[in-house]
Design a protein around this ligand. Structure first.
Ligand SMILES: Cc1cc2nc3c(=O)[nH]c(=O)nc-3n(C[C@H](O)[C@H](O)[C@H](O)COP(=O)(O)O)c2cc1C
Length: 133
């Protein structure tokens, strides 16, 4: 049994100070070591992240992330056990400046494709993708 945690949070301070690539790099490094996978979506204002792995590892990673001063007002949207990983590989989607909307839509949809309908819906609605499907 694995734990799957999904939370939403808001950027604290100027969004310009956020370097998604740096967060991605630290996440890849630390999460791989902890056996935690998931998906992080960033729209320039808010984060939506799914974390999956062994329960204690997810707890450790989440506590670490929750203490990060770059975001605040974390709200857990879903916390459940899953039989298998729904986000197979660690991946991250964020809207880069000027990125073609259609490309972003395809990217997020692809990353959430293997998630349960509820979780997929959460990501799709967050990303404002639904009206585009
Ligand atoms: C929205 C958000 C999501 C993050 N997600 C992760 C994550 O999944 N794994 C992780 O190790 N760090 C994540 N971080 C970064 C951590 O808070 C912390 O900066 C990082 O783990 C420090 O890594 P280091 O000690 O190896 O430099 C996230 C930060 C933010 C703002």
């Amino acid at each position: 049994m694995l734990r799957q945690l999904v939370y939403i949070s808001s950027v604290k301070g100027p969004a310009a100070a956020i370097d998604p690539e740096a967060i991605l790099q630290a996440s890849r490094r630390n999460n791989a070591r902890a056996g935690v996978t998931g998906l992080l979506y960033y729209d320039g204002r808010r984060f939506l992240q799914a974390l999956e792995g062994e329960a204690e590892a997810v707890e450790r990673v989440y506590r670490h992330i929750a203490a990060d001063p770059r975001h605040h007002a974390l709200v857990i949207l879903s916390d459940r056990t899953v039989d298998a990983r729904e986000f197979g590989d660690w991946a991250m989607g964020y809207a880069t400046k000027g990125e073609d909307k259609a490309r972003l839509v395809a990217r997020i949809a692809g990353m959430a494709a293997t998630a349960s309908p509820e979780i997929r819906a959460t990501f799709e609605s967050f990303a404002g993708l639904k009206r585009l499907f």
